[in-house]
Every structure is written in structure tokens, then in C-alpha cells.
Design a protein around this ligand. Sequence first.
Ligand SMILES: *Cc1c(COP(=O)(O)O)cnc(C)c1O
Length: 421
Amino acid sequence: MDKGVIMRENFIPKAWYDLRADLNIQLEPLVFERDNSSIYTDELLKGSDHAYVKIPEPVLELYAEYRPTPLRRAYSFEKSINSYCKIYYKYEGDNPVGSHKINTAIPQAYFAQKNGFNSMTTATGAGQWGSAIAFASHKFCLKSTIFFVNISLKQKPYRKVLMEMLGAQVISSPSTVTSIGKLNSTDPKKKNGNMGLATSEAVEYAITQKATFGETSHAYGVILHQTVIGLESIKQMEMFDDFPDIVIGCVGGGTNFGGISIPFLKYKIAEKHNIRFIAVEPKANSTLLHGDYKYDYADSGKLTPMIKMYTLGHTHTPDPIHAGGLRYHGFDPLLSKLYHDGHIEAQAYDQREIFAAGISFYKSEGIVPAPESSHAIRSTIEEAQKKDNKNKSILFCLSGHGYFDLSGYDFYMKNLHYDKN
Ligand SMILES: *Cc1c(COP(=O)(O)O)cnc(C)c1O
């Protein structure tokens, strides 16, 4: 029967789910060393005290343009990898910007407009976040300025075109329009740029231009907004008369993984269901496996508040891998705590492994996954081929499509001993 379940509009969640409030999980507070709080909206920083947070009507209207997103069983992929498990994926790439990031960009732009801001600025690694902010800013009549990490901009020039089509101003980072950018733009070792530096530039620019800063992760609201992914998944799995034993997502800042996992984590933590949660990182940037749990800045210029999180250090510059969205040094604070407390596992793979997984998914399911999402696919293959997991159900988040990443796939096929069978 159903190769895919797409639910009707009235199945879109009307509220986001706040695990922290529901289970009274205590997080260490943000520490502001300078008063930069003016660039954040309260809604984004503080979250709420309620388990369910009503989604504002203008946000719901925009969600309804592309949600609910499909949750499909990957029959053909299961066959192609000789899976012992049922495999389901929640596809967040079928929307105007091509990834889950739109789920939080929309409410962030809405709250910015509501709080009287005229413009948004942000930093983007792989370009998906910049596209999401450009799109959401356009919908709420805000100006947007995007600092795009130089190396990624070179790898994905068409992401810039997409942002400019939406009216955004796109600036390559390190740039000469901010003082922190100028300090770094002449150093040849820094010319590739990185997310920490681009974030500093965007924060500085937000302060001087009285704009609001679009947060990709670590502000509490971001992970809250992404819970629409998991809330829909619970209902969609019910329609398959199934429930996941293993939930898998790739992690940069942790938001798509958190989005799909958090509503299910309640079952594990509060109701002791036996569910495994696997966060998948690139070997080149393994924040969970190799980082420390401590207070750190979200940017290399130390302009953001300090956050208790898993971090590789705010000066860490990872190799320029193709999964640019996973090159961030830090990790969401709520998920950091849950990882620290043993509710979440972590795995890491290298680029060769993830591109092979992405291509095998494309061949069977017909969607080119973002290199970021291919990390989740690689882990899914590993779990699905374990005899011990026989008859289990795996749910993974396909966080975005990879149609702007074909040069990465091309590089893999030409240079990394691609086996065409
Ligand atoms: C940005 C991005 C990621 C990583 O960010 P998270 O906050 O960890 O979700 C993963 N997949 C895609 C497609 C992305 O655009």
C-alpha cells in the first residue's frame, strides 16, 4: 500500500513542543559578556514555560505552503542494501529553500517584524541557512544581509543566485565591510572563511545596522521550532501502524536531529521506551565525539553570549568538506545536555562513506540527498545491516536535497575511487 503518507493541512501541528519545559530540564543560562541582547528577539532567546507553545497564525499560514512534509517508507532502498529493518525517512527538502532550516527562519522573521526590526542579518556555511533567511525575510518584508563563508560560496555559487533572487544582499566572508572581517581578510590562512568568523561578521553588522540576527542553532527557539518535524512524524508513523526503534539525524548545530528526535525523546526519557537516538557527524568535525562540554562562544570573534554546550572551541577551523552545514564548532545546548546524560549516541563518517551512501539512496529512492543528510543515510545503512537489529524500524531525517551539491558528488566520483556498481 502507501508508498508515502502526506497528511492534510489540518494535520500540521498547531503548537511546537518544548521538552525542556515539559520535563523540567534545567539548562545552564546564557552568559552575556557584552550587552548584545538587542539583536535577538525575546521569543527566540527564552522559549517558554509551557510544554506546548502555540504557533502564531502568520507562521502557520506559511507552514501550510509546504507542510506537512512527506514521511515515506524506503522500500526500494531497503532492498538495495539488504536491510534487516524497515526504513522510514522524513523528507524536509521539498520546500522553497530545500532544507529544514525554513522551519525556524519563518518564525524568526515573523518575530523580528513583530518586534519592530526592518532587517535581518546572518551567516551561512553551506548556503541553506542564508537561503532560508532570505526567503523568510522576503515573506515578512524585511531586508536581509547574508555573510556567506567564502569556500562554500565558491563550491555553491547558485545558492548565492537563489538568495539574490529573493532580494538578499550576499557578502563573501571574510569581508571588508566589518572590522572583524577586515582583521581576517588579509590572512591567507583565513581566506576560506569559516562559520565562526562569518557569525562574528553578521553579529557585528547586526549591531551596527540595528538589525536582528538570524540564529541557526543554540538560541532556544530554534530547536523548538524544528519540533514540527518530529510531531508530524509521530502521527505519520501511526498511519503506518509503526513506531521507530532507532531515530537518526545528521548534526551540525543539531537542529534537524533535534527537530525529529525531541518529540520521541519524551517517550524514552519520561516513559522509558527503548528507543535509540543517533546523531551523525563528519569525521572532520566531530563535536560530540571529540569536543568538550563547557561554556564557549558561538563565534570566533566572541561577540555572541557564552553557552554551555559541546564544542571543539570557537577558534576551531575544520577542513573544507562538502557537507558545509556540518562544519560548525558547537552544538545545541539542550541536545548537548541530553547527550551528556546518555540519551543520545554519536557516530562519525568520512566524506567518501557519505557520498557513497548518498548515491545509493539516489539510485533507489530518486532524491539526491544533501551531503549533510547523507551522513544520516550512512548511519542508517550501518544499523539496517546489523543482524541484531532484525525487524526493527528506523526513522531518519532527510534534512535537505543536494541539487546544489552536484559538484561535491562529481568530485567524489572523479577523485575518491568511486565504484560504479
Ligand atoms: C544546515 C543543515 C544541516 C545541519 O544543521 P543542523 O542544525 O544540525 O540541522 C543538516 N542538513 C542540511 C540539509 C542543512 O542544510
